[in-house]
Ligand binder design. Sequence first.
Ligand SMILES: Cc1cc2nc3c(=O)[nH]c(=O)nc-3n(C[C@H](O)[C@H](O)[C@H](O)COP(=O)(O)OP(=O)(O)OC[C@H]3O[C@@H](n4cnc5c(N)ncnc54)[C@H](O)[C@@H]3O)c2cc1C
Length: 317
Amino acid sequence: MSVLVFADSSERKFKKTAYEVVSYGKKVAEQLGTNVIALTINGGDASELYAYGAEKVIEVKNDLSSFNAKAYASIINQVAKNQSSNTVIIDSSIDGLTVAPLVAVSLEAGYASNVVELPNSTSPFVVKRKAFSNKGFNNTEIISENKVIGVAKNSYGAHENAVSGSTESFDATMPDLGVNSVSIDKATGKVTISDADVVVSAGRGLKGPENWGMVEELADILGAATACSKPVSDLGWRPHSEHVGQTGKPVASNLYIAIGISGAIQHLAGVNASKVKVVINNDPEAPFFKAADYGIVGDAFEVIPQLIEKLKAFKQA
Ligand SMILES: Cc1cc2nc3c(=O)[nH]c(=O)nc-3n(C[C@H](O)[C@H](O)[C@H](O)COP(=O)(O)OP(=O)(O)OC[C@H]3O[C@@H](n4cnc5c(N)ncnc54)[C@H](O)[C@@H]3O)c2cc1C
């Protein structure tokens, strides 16, 4: 029984999570003494996945105009059955969290989302998951024969492990989708929040939309995505696509810079999974400092221009 990994992509390029789940799947396959197969749907260059350990890549090319959870779940189900895979690995992105439960139901599999480490043991099959809005962990035993694992972004990382892989195509039967995507409005930011390594986020402390120039400049220098707190998008200072937190987009970047954001529980719930959090706030009592790895107590209007100057000088050196 092989391990099947779904390597997600966008506009025919693999997402960073694709390399992470393939790396993870390779190790799980080693633990189980089997091989790993990567599945791509309208994906990138399959050979890129060999570099992370995918011995076989199954390419499905369908004329789906956009992501559709029902279609993706059906394709993953068909490939899992065709390849005799009883362990399916999917990322825990917003799309992954929609697709994976559908796959689990169709395979009558136990599903553990937001898994942060390799299985502690494979018999019994126990995985460690994020819980309580990333404030704790939960060890879960998957007791069913078929298993679906959702890997939390940036938890395992992408590890090169080159193999000489092969690629096959698979002709999937499309289910009745029930919906049709009529139009798509994509966020216009240069780097999307969900793919970003670095996120520069700002809150009500910035006083108004006219002050976001320095936030964008800082983000540009760092190759970062821009984000904001909920009130900022509610006030119309920034687009809703930038709202992060419990009711906004989740962030699991390597670096999260929070400027003029108080650190309310609902904000932290969505950004806590970031590896390093830097907080800039003029109130030393701001709750965000308790969750920060690095903190600067100061006025954003003084700190950010200085940070920009220093980073520019550092880049030119
Ligand atoms: C059900 C529910 C869901 C919610 N979901 C979310 C969510 O998903 N995301 C989210 O963000 N919020 C969410 N909220 C709102 C949340 O509770 C907070 O109200 C919100 O996060 C506060 O945003 P803020 O930090 O930008 O603003 P404020 O709380 O007004 O904080 C502004 C901060 O800026 C600092 N500041 C002011 N001037 C400066 C300066 N010159 N330099 C530096 N710092 C300065 C202040 O000290 C303060 O800490 C939710 C609330 C509820 C009830």
